[in-house]
Design a protein around this ligand. Structure first.
Ligand code: GLN
Ligand code: ZN
Length: 726
């Protein structure tokens, strides 16, 4: 613990000093977390859930709430807006008490002051906090607002007394659709906060304030920050809406992407604002926290071509902010250099593949639809695959044991040869296939033992992708991901999975599922060039996958699954933008999958359960079978099914793989009966919620046996269906 805290303060000091030496004037504190910012805010407000008891908060209890405890499941974790960063979800209940605890804020203020850096503390704002939490006892979160605000006022008072002059208060929910009650709540909340004589910088990011712009500027805050990387069009209206006494902070350097800034474009925006408001009222900033980009690109020497010079990670972005704040008169060379890089990138032949671009331009509407409708395909697939009613399958991965990880590490370090590694993986695969046969599963998988990550595995085999050495980005807690970089046109030059799938199929007479990651997920979990259209890049990925699917089919693989767990995460923050996104996302999926024969069964998988909102888009994928997460939330699932009448086949997960709990047969049967209230028997597949790679073998075996036993019982119960329509 001591070491952890010492390392944390070392890091904080380092970050403050780095920013100071990059001539950043306003440097934040309380932006470092041992877990995540939302959880820290909850702790600061003293509003951790009552189920964890009321003893004093120690570091041990902090991590118990975040990760694990003997007595209680940890707080739920979910994605932070449309990023791949996660936060712990506050739990609102009517008996919740708030015991303000601003220690962390005050400590960081003092620690930075020691370095002679007067930081601006960062808080997550009250309305965003309320909206990010979930009611656990039916309480209307808004009814907690008065208590919550008292706690915020206490925090702000403490900061004021400690000498803070400014506080940054993040309200990203202002760029999302807001119910009228929450718009009103913004007003009353900020009037209450204004009781404390502190200057508030109201931060908005990830999108356009749109219809909430006037609301934001009318609040009693001393400044407003807008994201001009995502929504440059909001500068014009913001210049009109900002009050004469307020500062306007311009988020011109993209905090969500890794490419050098277009300094001329940003400078034009800054110049326009300075002309209208006076330079002293304009602040130059990154669009959002730099948490979402890797730290430093200067040591990335292993990248192809000139890619290294196209990159700007957090460290480089600080430099860009400094350059922009001073302007082209002060730094003419820096402006010229960036201009040169961007021109070079646009013209770079390394990254271009003419045939790929032509293929995308030449796409015709029929490339996006399967030749026959689902009902016709289903009849042929049933015959070809010879599956029973209620077919059982799994989502793809089987336990990635310590042993497998060790073997991979050795192979990466060249301690074992390619051949040795392959042989080892083949043995694991063969054993896994035998186990699946013993369990009695109907559609088998090869186990994905050769994959470390579902996007990286494909990126490594496709042109247009590059991998950094140290481009880590926080995902949750201490977990980081290293997203691939899509720096050019995407091309598949050789089959990627065919060899594994065919070797697997050769080991069994049951259908073996070919396993791929879908185009939207590959895009979403990579850093994509900001001068290319996401839609076009996704189509390029889809075409690569289309070729792969074609090869799998030709090699005798009759069932092929494309996982799309990130499809929903990419959903725009505003409902009005959903249709356009879902449209191209579903089209990309269909582009990848629609060239197959009717007999070839296309599966997809998504691991989330709240899909009421995007049900139409799920149907638009036109996959023959979709598996989804639902073991925890079968009620929501039923509602959505009933209302929409999902047309194709579906496997609502019956085994929650995020937990060590193993469901018994009765529980699985009960879930299946619940699902059958909304699905016709011929539509229902039986599978776990997600891949099994994080589970261990003993629990996996029991859970899958129970699952198959439930399938057997259900088939007996529905014997007439088997005999008649099936
Ligand atoms: N096929 C993948 C697996 O089983 C799917 C993972 C995911 O949906 N996140 O691991
Ligand atoms: Zn999943």
């Amino acid at each position: 613990m001591k070491l952890l805290l010492a390392t944390a303060s070392e890091l904080k000091n380092k970050h403050w000093l780095t920013q100071a030496s990059a001539s950043i004037d306003i440097i934040p504190s309380n932006d470092f977390s041992l877990y995540d910012q939302v959880f820290d805010m909850l702790v600061t407000l003293g509003a951790t859930p009552t189920r964890f008891g009321k003893e004093e908060l120690t570091l041990r209890r902090y991590f118990e709430m975040a990760r694990n405890s003997q007595q209680q499941p940890p707080l739920e974790m979910t994605k932070w807006f449309n990023t791949n960063y996660h936060y712990l979800v506050p739990e609102w209940s009517s008996d919740l008490e708030f015991h303000t605890n601003p220690a962390k804020l005050l400590d960081e203020l003092a620690a930075s002051a020691k370095l002679n850096i007067h930081t601006r503390p960062v808080l997550i704002g009250p309305i965003t906090m309320l909206l990010l939490g979930k009611s656990v006892d039916g309480v209307d979160p808004l009814s907690l607002l008065p208590k919550l605000l008292n706690s915020y006022v206490e925090v702000l008072r403490a900061l004021h007394e400690a000498g803070a002059e400014w506080v940054q208060i993040d309200e990203p929910c202002l760029v999302t659709d807001l119910a009228p009650a929450y718009r009103d709540a913004y007003r009353s909340a900020y009037e209450k906060l204004a009781e404390v004589p502190l200057k508030l910088m109201l931060m908005t990011y990830f999108g356009d304030l749109g219809d909430h712009l006037d609301l934001a500027c009318s609040l009693p805050v001393a400044g407003v920050h807008i994201d001009l990387a995502r929504a440059p069009g909001q500068l014009e209206p913001a210049l009109k809406a900002i009050k004469p006494e307020q500062l306007l902070s311009l988020g011109v350097v993209d905090g969500r992407n890794i490419w050098v800034a277009d300094l001329d474009k940003s400078h034009a925006l800054i110049h326009q604002a300075a002309q209208q408001l006076g330079a002293e009222r304009v602040i130059v900033a990154p669009s959002c926290s730099l948490l979402h980009v890797p730290a430093d690109s200067s040591e990335e020497n292993g990248l192809p071509g000139n890619l290294k010079h196209w990159l700007s990670f957090a460290q480089q972005k600080l430099e860009e902010i400094k350059i922009l704040a001073a302007g082209p008169q002060t730094f003419p060379e820096a402006f010229a250099e960036r201009r040169k890089i961007l021109t070079e990138r646009a013209a770079s032949a390394d990254a271009r593949i003419a045939s790929v671009r032509e293929a995308v331009t030449a796409l015709k509407p029929e490339d996006f639809t399967r030749p026959s409708v689902y009902a016709q395909r289903a009849v042929k697939q049933r015959k070809a695959l010879n599956l029973p009613l209620f077919p059982t399958t799994t989502i793809g991965s089987f336990p990635q044991t310590q042993e497998i990880r060790k073997a991979r590490a050795k192979w990466r370090k060249d301690e074992i040869t390619n051949a040795e590694y392959e042989t080892y993986l083949e043995q694991e695969m063969a054993a896994c296939i035998r186990k699946q046969e013993e369990i009695g599963l109907d559609v088998l998988v090869h186990g994905e033992f050769e994959r470390n990550d579902m996007v990286e595995y494909f990126g490594e085999q496709l042109a247009g992708f590059a991998f950094t050495k140290n481009g880590w980005v926080q995902s949750y807690g201490s977990r980081c991901v290293k997203p691939p970089i899509i720096y050019g046109d995407v091309l598949r030059s050789e089959p990627m999975t065919v060899s594994w799938s065919t070797r697997a199929q050769a080991l069994t007479s049951r259908p073996m599922k070919g396993m791929l990651t879908g185009p939207v997920t590959i895009l979403q979990w990579s850093f994509v060039r900001d001068d290319l259209s996401c839609r076009e890049v996704t189509q390029q990925i889809a075409l690569a996958l289309r070729d792969e699917i074609h090869d799998l089919e030709a090699a005798g693989i009759g069932v092929i699954q494309l996982d799309e767990p990130a499809l929903r995460e990419g959903l725009p923050l505003r409902r009005s933008d959903w249709a356009a996104y879902l449209d191209w996302a579903a089209a990309a999926f269909r582009l990848a999958t629609s060239s197959v024969r009717d007999e070839t069964q296309i599966h997809t998988h998504m691991c989330y359960s709240e899909f009421n909102d995007i049900f139409a888009a799920l149907a638009a994928l036109d996959a023959d079978v979709i598996s989804i997460e639902s073991a925890r939330s079968r009620m929501e699932l039923l509602d959505a099914f009933r209302e929409s009448g999902y047309p194709n086949e579906m496997g609502p997960g019956v085994y929650d793989i995020h937990s060590t709990r193993v469901p018994d047969t009765a529980e699985v049967t009960e879930l299946l009966h619940a699902a059958l209230k909304a699905l016709r028997p011929e539509q229902l597949w039986i599978n776990p919620d997600c891949g099994l790679k994080t589970r261990n073998w003993p629990e996996t075996l029991i859970a899958l046996k129970n699952m198959c036993e439930a399938a057997k019982q259900l088939r007996v119960e529905f014997a007439e269906v088997t005999q008649s329509s099936f």
